[in-house]
Design a binder for this molecule. Structure first.
Ligand code: APR
Length: 311
């Protein structure tokens, strides 16, 4: 069987790590695409990763390019093209510039690989994934945004740190938009099946939830120039792997809701089954009153950013 082809649109901080992780998981041949001014940088990253393969014996190849023809017939696209946040900026501040980039990217992906599975990472995520969907005209099952996987991983990390239990056994999802209004569903979270709420006080949980909401900003402040890249890359790779290997993992992703959770026509973080057909299903469940109110708040925020795209 020929290897899958994975195209990374944007070969910056997240893009470089995506290329490394895709190689180490042997997901397929990787093409890193960037603008002509950054062609040398992505060619260099590709060559560098090519040269780490002998140690563990990875056979897939990595190339760098600024030519759209080189991503033709890719199975998966992961889009990070755009600019990241600087201290003092929120994700919405990136809208104008990243929307212009997304318009160009969506048209080209449609031309090169109309049947691909597309994972959007560029921020503001909820608006960028919507923009890609509208401009490309792709089927809703083939377009998804990476947000909940990262927000949930951050929450799980903080809970594991608090309880000194393995992060592997901490299960807790974050729904809603990829911003300060995200909705952690603590009520259903467990550590190895034991409810989180019975292990951590409600005051401390509130602090952990708040830290999760601003976890991206915490890193932006520490870096001083740019935003998180290791964890975002790993989150997107988890989604790509579930698609390519038909794992049907249940991952909180920005999926197009058409009535699920009473959301209609917007991409918002919901538990999504990712398999060979893309976003195959959204797993709906009954929300408590406070969770519903919080989801409505996040939806308002998503609608506002989407409105600004004019699409
Ligand atoms: N086509 C392809 N790549 C582009 C384009 C374009 N039209 N415009 C910009 N890029 C490239 C840049 O040249 C750069 O290499 O996108 C890359 C972005 O990389 P970084 O600046 O390192 O940003 P990164 O940290 O990877 O974040 C990318 O993901 O999480 C979001 O908020 C973050 O929107 C940002 C995106």
């Amino acid at each position: 069987m020929p290897r899958s082809k994975i195209a990374l649109i944007g070969g910056g901080q997240i893009g470089g790590n995506l290329a490394l992780l895709a190689t180490q998981k042997e997901l397929g041949d990787v093409v890193i695409f960037d603008i002509p001014q950054s062609e040398g940088m992505v060619k260099g990253k590709a060559l560098d990763i090519m040269q780490l393969r002998p140690h563990d014996g990875y056979d897939s190849t990595i190339t760098g390019t600024s030519k759209w023809d080189d991503v033709k017939d890719s199975d998966v696209f992961i889009i990070t093209a755009g600019i990241p946040r600087k201290p003092g900026m929120n994700r919405e501040d990136l809208l104008e510039i990243n929307l212009g980039i997304m318009k160009d990217v969506a048209k080209n992906i449609k031309k090169q690989s109309p049947n691909a599975f597309v994972i959007v990472i560029s921020n503001p995520l909820d608006a960028m994934v919507y923009a890609f969907y509208k401009i490309s005209g792709f089927n809703k099952h083939k377009v998804v945004g990476m947000a909940g996987a990262l927000d949930s991983a951050r929450l799980r990390t903080f809970i594991a740190m608090e309880t000194e239990c393995s992060v592997q056994d901490v299960n807790c999802m974050v729904l809603g938009g990829h911003g300060d209004t995200m909705v952690p569903i603590i009520r259903l979270g467990t550590i190895g099946g034991v409810p989180i709420e019975s292990l951590i006080s409600s005051e401390r949980l509130k602090e952990i939830v708040d830290r999760t909401r601003f976890a991206g900003g915490e890193i932006v402040k520490l870096f001083g120039n740019g935003s998180a890249f290791y964890a975002p890359a790993q989150s997107a790779i988890e989604m790509a792997e579930s698609y390519l290997r038909d794992k049907k993992r249940v991952i909180p992703c920005a999926s197009l809701c058409e009535g699920e959770f009473d959301v209609d026509g917007y991409f918002i973080g919901v538990p999504s089954v990712i398999g060979a057909n893309g976003v195959e299903r959204i797993l709906e469940f009954k929300l408590e009153k406070d969770e519903r109110i919080a989801l409505n708040e996040t939806l308002k925020a998503v609608k506002n950013t989407v409105k600004e795209t004019g699409l």
